[in-house]
Design a protein around this ligand. Structure first.
Ligand SMILES: [Cu+2]
Length: 188
C-alpha cells in the first residue's frame, strides 16, 4: 500500500510540473499575441497620419499593367496618377491585340459605327468620330509579346479598347471590342 501511495505522489508531482509548464506556454503566447496586436495598431495609426497629410493623387501610381487576351482586357489598377503613365502591356493571347486609349466617361459613351460599308464594321468603336485630343495613345501587341509605352494623360476618366476586326471565313467580322475587350480607369 505504501509503495503504491508513494508512486501516486510521484504521478501527481509529475502532473503538477506538466500543468505549470503548460500554463507558462499559454502565458507566453498571450504576451506575443498582445504584442503583435499592439504593433499592428501602431502601424495603422502611422498609415492614417500619412494619408491625412498628403493629397489623394500623391498615392496614385504612375504606371499600370495591362493584360490582353481573347477576349478580355485587364488592368492591375483602377486609377493612375495624371501625367506621363508607363503602360506595360502584355498579350497573353494567341492573336494580335491592341490597346487604344480613349478619354471618355464610360464604355457606353463611345461612338459606334452605324453605317455598313466603311473601314470598320457596324458596332465597332468609331475611332474617326473621336477628337484627336481624346485619343492620347495606343499600342499594338503581337501574341506573347509585351510592349512598354509611356503615354501622357490629363486627369479624367479613360476607356481602353481593342478595336481589331478579324474577317471570318464566312465573311462576317469578329470585332474584339464587341467580344468584351475593354477596361476603364481614371487618372487623377
Ligand atoms: Cu484584341
Amino acid at each position: 500500500m505504501e509503495a503504491t501511495t508513494g508512486s501516486d505522489r510521484q504521478v501527481w508531482t509529475f502532473v503538477a510540473v506538466i500543468l505549470s509548464v503548460l500554463a507558462m506556454i499559454v502565458a507566453s503566447v498571450a504576451v506575443v499575441v498582445a504584442f503583435a496586436r499592439g504593433n499592428n495598431s501602431t502601424d495603422q495609426t502611422a498609415i492614417r497620419t500619412v494619408s491625412a497629410t498628403s493629397s489623394p493623387s500623391d498615392n496614385l501610381s504612375p504606371s499600370m499593367n495591362v493584360t490582353l487576351e481573347e477576349y478580355t482586357m485587364t488592368t492591375n489598377l483602377d486609377a493612375v496618377k495624371a501625367g506621363p503613365v508607363k503602360f506595360t502591356i502584355h498579350n497573353a493571347g494567341t492573336m494580335t491585340h491592341e490597346m487604344v486609349l480613349v478619354k471618355a466617361d464610360s464604355v457606353a459613351a463611345l461612338p459606334l459605327v452605324t453605317v455598313a460599308g466603311g473601314e470598320r464594321a457596324v458596332g465597332d468603336v468609331d475611332e474617326e468620330a473621336i477628337p484627336e485630343s481624346d485619343l492620347p495613345g495606343e499600342a499594338s501587341v503581337k501574341k506573347g509579346q509585351t510592349v512598354v509605352k509611356t503615354i501622357k494623360l490629363a486627369a479624367g476618366n479613360y476607356v481602353m479598347i481593342c478595336n481589331i476586326d478579324n474577317k471570318q471565313p464566312d465573311g462576317t467580322v469578329l470585332n474584339h471590342f464587341h467580344r468584351g475587350m475593354d477596361a476603364t480607369f481614371t487618372a487623377g
